[in-house]
Design a protein around this ligand. Sequence first.
Ligand SMILES: Cc1cc2nc3c(=O)[nH]c(=O)nc-3n(C[C@H](O)[C@H](O)[C@H](O)COP(=O)(O)O)c2cc1C
Length: 348
Amino acid sequence: MNEEIGNRKKEHIELCLTDKVAFKLKCNGFENYDFIHYAPTEIIMDEIDLSLKFLSKKIAYPFLISCMTGGTDEASNINLKLASAAESLKIPLGLGSLRYMLDTDKFDSALSEIRETAPSVPILGNIGAAQILEDKNIRRFNELIKIADLDSFVVHLNPLQELLQPEGDTDFKGLRKALRLLVKELHVPLIVKEVGSGISKKAAEELLYIGVKGIDVAGAGGTSWAGVEILRARNESDPSANAFWDWGLPTSYCIRKITPLKKDYKFSLIASGGITTGFEIAKALALGADLTAAARPIIKQLYNGGVPAVFTWVHDHFSTLKKIMYLTGSQNLKDFDSTKLTLRKNLW
Ligand SMILES: Cc1cc2nc3c(=O)[nH]c(=O)nc-3n(C[C@H](O)[C@H](O)[C@H](O)COP(=O)(O)O)c2cc1C
């Protein structure tokens, strides 16, 4: 079983290092927005502070390294390197699915090594929806939380990916009941994410009502997990699979629709799915996201230039954000809201 998961994860990484798995026609929607230039700016660049609290810890930037991979020696190595990048940047790290650790304690020491490498930042565990349907796993989730002193546990919802995976699991009956139980039993706050198809307002509202404390929209416009599975199954000539390559709600749409729920619920809203530039980070934050996140852009940096390349990527993008804040007259993240944005079509 673990060998099968390991092979699948290896194929996922190999495909995600190429751009073949990007959405083909759909974008994340941020291209529809532009910033409103504010000429009489009096902002002091050096006084722009991007730090904030996330999961009760102070972090330097509103950015999370998205949950990626696990289950192979290479994946452990990747997670250790990402932990080192997260610690030096003072940003949170999402781990890939811990499914391979459910039935064995073989990897427990590798998990605690990740915490030793990143002692001061929030680290988030991760598991698929299919694995929470079995009540017996909750005990093990809490053990894993203890081993790595995790700050949150993330459940990923990936119905489209499972639908297109030859070995996929499409029976999620009892999912909301299982999430409710997790909220009650887990020793840390629960976050729910997608993997590239987005979270609608209705879905977010249901999740928040259950007691979920964070939503990572992982919207359309970045990595297409339908694309990953189609390429993995060498199914490119199957029109019934291909039709779903671009399925999903664009990231900007999800953020815009879910932000108003902050009036009724206290939660962290995370924008991911095709976040590749400082401008996209800025637009996501201005639209209402508390944090931004990226997966494939980060792993590509890691493979091409190691931890220093990840450091530079994040650092440069947040330097761009500061410039945008200066030009829009925003001294801090609180001031940097949707009044700083306009729809591009309104400019002409
Ligand atoms: C190599 C790789 C492995 C991933 N593994 C996981 C995983 O184990 N659990 C999960 O929730 N998401 C996983 N994801 C999905 C990402 O967390 C993210 O939601 C998705 O790729 C969209 O973000 P992006 O456009 O920045 O890549 C993975 C992504 C990549 C690139």
